[in-house]
Design a protein around this ligand. Structure first.
Ligand code: PSV
Ligand code: MN
Ligand code: MN
Length: 430
């Protein structure tokens, strides 16, 4: 097993920065105190924040043109867990891993659960995969899975999702996330209503197999792989499906799955209002489903989403408690570094949203003072909350500077030696 990063080593590296952190934390504490914000309260909340890592994100991603494998990539779910443990040891906010079946090949789920326990990791939402055929598959998903015109293909897709629930039970998960690429590439290829009816009928069968304490998350995406129409193309179709299925069905928002310029934070607000916000796949994008690192392009959008989330949290909105997860593809960076950076970026948006002066904001909204309302949000967004994030990690035994500690540890080079024949991320994406 690839050597974990030693706790003593993390402590040694932290000792080099602890003095500076104390100074910066004090300065920020004084600044926040002017607005009656107690920095310790915010840090305590930051320490509670968790965002799941996708198992497939630990391998190098790629595009349909090429993939450039990185050194020492994990070759299987066990090695993906090792890398996930390193991410969590340093970041202290990623204790859950979200698996993708059958990309993650598992014979013995009890053994897998024991391994994750030993690494202090838990399991987040189970992702099913009916968007590609597996070797030897009896009935193809070429023309769709849950909405296929042929019952044999639909039944296979339904059964796979029911299997995912069983595997998830063994791992202690409580959520199934269903994303399908079903759709059409040519006008006229598909009868929109009949296809949606078939999809709903299949989803009802999956919903019927859901344990009472589970949720079923439906993920929408505008296009790709279908380039003319997609069955669950936006949050409208998504919430319709979730409402049709019942209270355990909710919508999942992947930030890269909307039309350009769509107001995602407003979609989030609507879903919250109707108790249908299931969770998130965080990433960033410039053109489409780019799966770039979270907050690397649109940190303000990410903050505005958290502004809605924190607002709902403070209002104790009924039925509110979404799953947070990263869903990214790392083509040119070390996936461990990108995932640590991204988790911290999302956590930063959360913390910045916590320091929004909500009383003032509400007053400005009431008085239609657009400029001051906007400035209230901007003030929180532009406050550098880094010392809070650093202190939260430090207090929990993580790294003040996760990337620096990771690089100094030599973990990647060691993984390269121990995983000589890596070169596949097991995701099937090339
Ligand atoms: C589809 O683009 C998606 O966002 C879904 O969440 C899949 O499970 C994942 O990407 C696969 O990378
Ligand atoms: Mn996604
Ligand atoms: Mn996607």
């Amino acid at each position: 097993m690839t050597q974990r990063i030693d706790k003593a080593f993390i402590a040694e590296e932290n000792a080099k920065l602890a003095g500076f952190l104390k100074e910066d934390y004090e300065a920020l504490g004084n600044q926040l105190a002017r607005d009656d914000i107690n920095i310790e309260d915010i840090t305590a909340k930051a320490e509670q924040f968790q965002i799941a890592v996708p198992s497939w994100g630990t391998g190098t991603g790629g595009t349909r043109f090429a993939r450039f494998p990185g050194e020492g990539e994990p070759r299987n779910i066990w090695e993906k867990l090792e890398d996930s443990a390193v991410i969590n040891d340093l970041s202290q906010c990623t204790e859950r891993v979200s698996p993708h079946f059958p990309w993650d090949k598992v014979d013995d789920f009890t053994e897998l659960k024991q391994t994750s326990d030993s690494l202090n990791l838990k399991w987040d939402s189970i992702n099913s995969n009916t968007f590609q055929d597996q070797p030897g598959q009896a009935h193809s998903f070429k023309y769709g899975s849950l909405s296929n015109t042929r019952a044999e293909s639909r039944d296979l897709a339904i059964q796979h999702n029911l299997d995912c629930i069983e595997w998830g039970k063994a791992l202690g998960s409580k959520t199934l996330t269903v994303w399908v690429g079903d759709g059409s590439n040519h006008p006229g290829q598909q009868h929109f209503q009949s296809a949606f009816e078939r999809y709903l009928d299949s989803m009802k069968q999956i919903y019927a197999g859901l344990p009472s304490d589970w949720e079923l998350h439906i993920e929408h995406k505008m296009f790709e792989p279908a380039f003319y129409s997609t069955i669950i193309q936006d949050w409208g179709s998504n919430i319709l499906a979730a409402m049709e299925l019942g209270p355990q069905a909710k919508s999942l928002v992947d930030l890269g799955h909307h039309a350009p310029n769509v107001n995602i934070e407003m979609i989030v607000s609507r879903l919250i209002q109707f108790k249908k916000l299931g969770g998130f796949h965080f990433n960033d994008s410039k053109y489409g489903d780019d799966d770039l690192d979270s907050g690397s392009l649109h940190p303000y959008q990410q903050f505005l989403i958290f502004n809605e989330l924190v607002d709902a949290q403070y209002r104790n909105q009924e039925g509110f408690g979404p799953n947070y997860m990263l869903d990214q593809s790392h083509n040119v960076t070390d996936p461990i570094e990108s995932l640590m950076n991204s988790a911290a970026s999302v956590q930063r948006s959360y913390v910045a949203a916590l320091i929004v002066d909500r009383k003032k904001l509400s007053g400005y909204q009431q008085d239609n003072d657009a400029l001051m309302a906007s400035n209230t949000l901007k003030k929180a967004f532009t406050t550098d909350v880094s010392p809070i994030l650093e202190m939260a990690r430090f207090n929990r035994g993580g790294a003040i500077d996760p990337i620096a500690v990771y690089r100094a540890s030599g973990y990647r080079a060691q993984a390269g030696r121990e995983r000589p024949n890596s070169g596949g991320n097991g995701s099937g994406i090339v």
